[in-house]
Design a protein. Structure first.
Length: 199
């Protein structure tokens, strides 16, 4: 299969590429993607990426940013970061990618643990993650041509503990390689409308 990984240079993206490249053709995409560049906050950038790549069998989004900070200091402008990137950016990858997806293909988006297991300073990210999860569940029942859609909800990564560990006290971190298996399940399996939790 021809699999596009958006956010391919990130920790999760690299792990997913390593897992899937054994059996599939991987297109590495992202802000610094060496096969295709894309900014998911820009509709035109997403359109241009799909035009360049052409027809695909699977799209994986392992990207999407959001603001982390105290709720008392969260402004509409700061909250908009998560809406534009993690929420709308990932959803637009689906909406704009449907015409490029082969019959029976799949989309896999990324959510995150804090929507179900809240952490201080994570309200905006949780909001975006919850929106993505709801979109996936609802969109799955009307996707055309046998196309499937799922999301993956990873815990904090072992590889990211030095950067994000202070936000997740008491959480048991998971290795990126184990998270990658959830994306493999989504791409190679038959389920749709699922949010695979890797806790």
């Amino acid at each position: 299969m021809k699999v596009v990984i958006i956010g391919a240079s990130g920790t999760i993206g690299r792990a997913v590429a390593k897992e899937l490249e054994k059996n599939h053709e991987i297109v590495h995409a992202g802000r610094n993607g060496f096969d295709a560049q894309v900014d998911i906050t820009s509709v035109n950038s997403i359109k241009n990426m799909y035009k360049k790549i052409g027809k695909v069998d699977a799209v994986i989004s392992a990207t999407g940013g959001a603001h982390f900070g105290p709720i008392a200091e969260l402004t509409p402008e700061l909250n908009e970061m998560g809406i534009e990137s993690k929420l709308k950016g990932q959803i637009n990858l689906v909406l704009l990618g449907l015409d490029y997806m082969n019959d029976g293909g799949s989309f896999t988006l990324t959510t995150g643990i804090m929507m179900d297991d809240p952490i201080p300073q994570g309200a905006s990210a949780a909001m975006a993650n919850g929106g993505v999860k709801a979109f996936v569940k609802s969109a799955a029942i009307e996707m055309p041509r046998g196309i499937r859609i799922n999301s993956v909800s990873p815990n904090v990564l072992v590889e990211s503990l030095d950067k994000y560990g202070e936000f997740f006290p008491g959480f048991e971190a998971v290795p990126a390689a184990r998270v990658a298996l959830a994306y493999k399940k989504s791409v190679e399996g038959a389920q749709t409308g699922q949010n695979y939790e890797v806790y």
